[in-house]
Design a protein around this ligand. Sequence first.
Ligand code: MG
Length: 362
Amino acid sequence: MTTITTAAALLADIAVEADRTDAVQAFVKQETILVEIVTTDGLRGTGYSYTIGTGGSSVLALLNDHLLPLLVGEDARNVEALWQRLFSATRATTTGAITSLALAAVDTALWDLRCRRAGEPLWRLAGGYRRQVPVYDTEGGWLHLTTDDLVKSALAAQKAGWAGVKIKVGKPNPAEDAERLRAVREAVGASLHIMTDANQSQSASSALRLARALEPYDPYWLEEPLPADDLSGHARLATATCIPIAVGESMYSLTQFRTYLESGAASVVQVDAARVGGITPWLKVAHLAESHNVQVCPHFLMELHVSLAAAVPNGAFVEYIPQLRAVTRTELAVHHGMAVAPDTPGIGIDWDMDAIDNRRVA
Ligand code: MG
């Protein structure tokens, strides 16, 4: 039997593995919301979502007070129906980050169950396109790092055969960003991809100046130049610069992605399974992007996203930011610049529940 008998959630604070800063914020701690769902056949699925420092207790409260009780007695195999039921139950407060993060914790647990029941890894059950996906490094490109640090990390990534590196931009003067990018480009030559990320820090005018300043150094994309709800601003910028515009980590619904893609405001889509509400909507966004001939390069969560990027034909890169090593028994395998999707049944994350318990705050 596949009836859900219990659905429980907890909140654990995981310390950041490194100092991480961008133009608007720091990654303070990973508030990790875990959901565990058990069915009558004894199977157990574990899902999760996260914040980078605020809102985790709100997500937990929404789950405990309103969403998890709706799951008990339902058939765990009906993942789409359950997603829609929970979404409908919160209709007056959606679409929004808190609801999407809560839905994601449930949905990833249901997918974990689905994969375990089928005896298949997520990368195959979600599509099964390929086992390995190119990886790029973000950990060596934070805004507080010196130009020497950036160059050193980029050379190390290149030597290891990685596809690219990301450099945070958004210094007070775009000339400083351009100088940092120039130093890295000169060190690595033409072949390494250099992604840039402004984290929504720019205005309409400063974004254009920044893009123009970066263009000579051939960035692979410019990520989140403007606030994420400024659709027409992104569309205008996309026509004004030759740098592809990447967005998605701050979007919380399928329809937001549709409007961006229809408007030509996104050349790369960075849908985040936690922030969009789970694996179920993540796959819809990926397929929607495919219909626009747009690549999917998921934001963060490499431990989960490796399997999703591997599932779909337009999954182009996995972003390297290790953040679960203290609470899992395995870590992302990277061989010759390729992230390898786990081949074990489930979503591919082997949680160390003792380590989680030690970090539990609610
Ligand atoms: Mg970003």
